[in-house]
Ligand binder design. Sequence first.
Ligand SMILES: Cc1ncc(COP(=O)(O)O)c(C=O)c1O
Length: 412
Amino acid sequence: MKNNPTNSLQDQINKKNNELIIAGLPLAHIEKLVGSTPFYVYDKQKINDKISNLKTLLPKEITLHYAIKANPFPSLVHFMSTVVNGFDVASKKEMLLAMQSGMKKEHICYAGPGKTHDDLQAAIIAGVTLHVESTTEIESAIKLGKALNLKPNIAIRVNPVFELKASGMKMSGGAKPFGIDEELVENILTDLNYQEINFRGFHIFSGSQNLNAQAIIDCHNNLFALAAKLIKITPVSIDYINIGGGFGIPYFNNDSPLDLNPIIQNLEFLIKEYKQAFNNIEIIMELGRYLVGEAGIYVSKVVDKKQSRGTTYLVCDGGLHHHLANSGNFGQVIRKNYPVSIEKKKPDPTTNKETVTIVGPLCTPLDILADKLTLPKASIGDYVVVHQSGAYGASASPKDFLSQPDVYEIFI
Ligand SMILES: Cc1ncc(COP(=O)(O)O)c(C=O)c1O
């Protein structure tokens, strides 16, 4: 379904003539709090609302985990530990952050390929659950557990034969570095010595940034069938099945928000259908971007305005080094503009607009904040705000590229 262009995210922002308030404060006040532009602001209330709304919609059998990789800002992660049931971590550093946030170790799951002995050992000592991605990881975890005299908590991340169609990033189906191929799992389950480990369950994460409800439904149908099969052939009882997530948020014109209703209805159906197979087994949904992406903005300031052969450039103090995804260099094939707004430093009653290309301070043509957007006329000193920036922002950007100043972050 395509959006009416007049209802695009971009237009929705531009229609608000009044001051942008985020986390209850005007931008100028936030700038004074953090010190200077550029900065990210993450709005606690918005995240809280998003999560409580999702929790009321999800079937009660489903528990919610937050994937820290989406936004690992420590105070945000601490807050998340009070509103979700568990964390997905993808490195030892994220694991330590999760532990220190107060999340119980039973609810921390450590996934991701290439875990070193140091990573595995730390996870075993911490008592979190390793989502193993290969047979090597299983063997190493067992060996290290014996040496430490501790039983590793292990769940198998499965790479199913099916994929999550229409995803921004597909992470299952075909050859993948993630998880153990579905067809190899049966033998592993037969060979495992369940005395040496605490076997917890299965993790099936199929993709990210999906706005297509039918694709998610199809994936869930396949996933529940596979999970039931795995449960049946596992000789011990398990604690959970992690069904992944993949829920996306709209970034670009013509993106429509994900319609959760059919997905939830289908989940309710699947939970009933597989009630016996899933008896006493927790069903975990693991989301990152969907929970935090819309609650963050990236704010920079216009430091120069210049013309070049018919193009008006706004040059800002922030760019690609803080917000790689917005520059189009984090997985986009053709660059599209995130929703961007100009926030005037001084109130401006005029409604004059102009078409501008907004760039950052890096000496590379890749450093684009917005390309050929028609926005309220901006002056040096005005703010340029990139919306939908709460996920895969600061931590997913090459902050040291060209040695520009760091970005500030605030969670309020
Ligand atoms: C294993 C795993 N879990 C969770 C996520 C989070 O995905 P998203 O932020 O799209 O919800 C990812 C993203 O790559 C992932 O690889």
